[in-house]
Design a binder for this molecule. Structure first.
Ligand code: HEC
Ligand code: HEC
Ligand code: HEC
Ligand code: HEC
Ligand code: HEC
Length: 445
């Protein structure tokens, strides 16, 4: 029985292995029914299934903000300008890979309940046999669906499928095939795996799995033996628990005692202690991380401290202002005279850790496909520490005595003026306090 099956199976594998399709060229190469539904896997892999349901992986197509950006910006942009049509189709290569492979692009809206809704599904991930080419980018994984489910463990037996070890499940290129993205202008609009590779975790060989699919003792299937099992929680930007304290913060004054007409200087240290890549990473065009410092004197008056500029090129994009930006949303939305919306939406003078994306007019954009140039990279790299200083001339009305000073590092998945403008549900622009710290000075006569 087994032997017969093997022969049957090897033939198509070998033929396809000669010219495996990957990335854009795989459009329309596999009908939906080549892939099993996640609910089939659920019957045995009960816990893994429930983890995946909760993870963004199972919502990559259905999630509200993805739906808005895809259907209201990317698809219309591709209709107005055919140059962007393949890019808009390509969104599905990572967000709704089954639809992409089936050639069902654009797929029906999530409310219609098509198989695009399976998003990054079990069978898609476990049919990947290779990443094509020498760099992981733009969904260049090779998928060979069928009876064989590939994974990182050799020698497992299953009543439902054949299991086979494949080295790619131990390589970060596996993740990088969807977590690195180059847009049609040749700009790296997503480069999480490349950031990892160039950083200390890449050098020391600590892959994505260690932090995003941690192993714990348990059963991977109801009938399996206990073992160390890879958890499928994929915590990331949507998990407050993951984001909180990923960056450590501390602050001290350069001098503790300050005359009432003097100047206080505070130094803040920010250490990326937990992430294997830069923070923020991934959807860098959307994410914003900012440092807010306030002082409170003995009378309870609160003063906002602005960061000291360092003088590097492009720094103006790393200090909050009330400028407008994102005017290129007018193209897909077909708006005339659109002045844009707030660039930052955070207190003016706060330090922002980001890398701005610019459109052809040099204005910041959240439309990664329309990005012509990247600005200064002022994110915080893995195990990197950044120092910021705040010079504060004592205000005339300062009360004598103790002044407490607090620093807060905030995180937002989507810059708020854009979220409000596009009516993206508030949870996408909620402020997550990543970390806080405080110190004090003594003001004397
Ligand atoms: C009838 C039960 C059953 C069903 C249904 C089932 N599996 Fe499995 N699967 C198992 C068992 C049992 C194992 C072996 C677990 C062990 O021994 O640790 C396994 C192992 C695996 C492995 C590990 C492979 C490796 O070598 O690391 C993967 C991946 C996998 N299954 C994927 C799937 C996917 C995807 C589906 C749905 C399309 C699915 N399974 C459906 C029972 C099942
Ligand atoms: C087939 C494409 C694909 C592959 C392969 C893939 N991912 Fe993802 N991943 C996505 C997409 C798409 C999202 C975005 C989901 C969303 O927010 O819409 C995502 C989101 C995430 C998130 C963020 C969740 C959040 O809360 O914002 C993490 C973490 C993640 N992936 C880790 C991994 C790791 C680790 C691997 C390798 C084991 C991997 N991914 C492989 C497509 C993929
Ligand atoms: C040393 C642990 C560690 C490693 C290794 C690691 N990450 Fe992360 N990752 C984190 C932490 C902590 C966060 C949450 C902080 C943040 O948002 O960056 C995170 C966040 C993310 C996010 C969400 C970021 C966002 O802003 O949307 C994605 C996507 C992601 N990781 C993917 C990956 C991929 C892919 C790899 C491998 C190439 C990887 N990570 C390696 C710890 C790690
Ligand atoms: C983003 C891709 C991705 C998705 C989606 C995904 N897996 Fe996995 N899965 C992996 C990777 C990678 C590993 C190996 C991780 C490791 O060992 O470090 C793995 C491991 C496994 C294992 C073996 C666990 C162990 O350690 O014994 C099983 C079983 C499994 N997956 C089943 C499933 C099922 C069922 C689903 C859907 C409910 C699913 N996977 C969704 C990538 C994925
Ligand atoms: C090469 C794979 C890939 C392609 C192509 C791709 N994405 Fe993504 N997308 C991802 C990954 C991975 C993430 C998660 C990154 C993170 O967590 O920071 C993501 C995140 C997003 C997010 C933010 C999700 C959130 O919850 O914050 C939106 C919206 C989005 N993508 C829309 C699109 C649109 C629209 C397109 C097409 C123009 C597209 N993506 C093309 C891989 C891709």
């Amino acid at each position: 029985m087994r032997k017969v099956f093997w022969i049957f199976l090897l033939v198509p594998l070998l033929i396809r292995a000669d010219d495996p399709l990957a990335g854009e060229e795989a459009l329309g190469s596999q009908p939906y029914d080549r892939y099993e539904r996640p609910e089939v896997c659920q019957s045995c892999h009960t816990s893994i299934y429930q983890q995946w349901r909760q993870a963004m992986m199972s919502q990559a197509f259905t999630h509200h903000w993805d739906e808005i950006e895809y259907f209201e910006l990317a698809v219309p942009h591709g209709e107005i300008d055919p140059f962007f049509k393949p890019v808009a189709d390509g969104c599905n290569g990572c967000h709704a890979p089954l639809a992409f492979l089936a050639g069902d692009v654009p797929p029906p809206r999530p409310a219609e309940g098509s198989r695009a809704n399976e998003s990054v599904s079990c069978d898609l991930c476990h049919s990947i046999v290779a990443v094509k080419g020498d760099k992981a980018v733009n969904f260049n994984w090779v998928s060979q669906p069928g009876r064989v489910k590939y994974g990182a463990k050799p020698g497992l037996e299953s009543p439902h499928h054949i299991t086979r070890y494949n080295e790619i499940y131990t390589k970060t290129e596996y993740c990088g095939s969807c977590h690195n993205e180059m847009n049609p202008y040749g700009i790296w609009v997503k480069s999480t795996q490349l950031e990892w590779q160039e950083g200390p975790y890449g050098e020391q060989g600590v892959p994505c799995f260690v932090c995003h699919m941690p192993k714990a003792r348990g059963r991977s299937a109801t009938m399996a033996e206990e073992d160390m099992v890879a958890q499928h929680v994929f915590l990331g930007a949507h998990s407050e628990a993951k984001v909180k304290s990923a960056i450590e913060i501390s602050m001290h004054p350069l001098e503790r005692e300050i005359p009432y007409d003097g100047v206080a200087i505070f130094q803040v240290e920010l250490f990326n202690a937990k992430a294997g890549h830069k923070i923020p990473t991934g959807s860098v065009e959307d994410r914003i991380l900012w440092l807010h410092v306030e002082a409170r004197d003995a009378d309870g008056h609160v003063y906002h401290l602005e960061v000291d500029p360092k003088g590097f090129e492009g720094e103006e994009y790393t200090i909050a202002s009330d400028e407008l930006a994102y005017t290129d949303m007018a193209i897909p939305l077909q708006l005339d005279d659109f002045a844009g919306v707030g660039r930052d939406g955070v207190p003016v003078g706060d330090r922002i850790f980001r890398m701005p994306y610019f459109d052809e007019n040099g204005i910041m954009t959240i439309q990664q496909w329309n990005t012509r140039r990247l600005g200064v990279d002022y994110r915080i790299g893995p195990r990197e520490t950044r120092l910021e200083t705040f010079t504060w001339e004592m205000p005339e009305d300062i009360a004598l005595g103790k002044v407490s000073v607090s620093a807060t590092l905030n995180y937002q998945k989507l810059v708020k003026p854009v979220a409000d403008f596009l009516e993206v549900p508030a949870e996408e622009s909620e402020i997550v306090v990543m970390n806080t710290t405080d110190t004090w000075i003594e003001v004397y006569e």
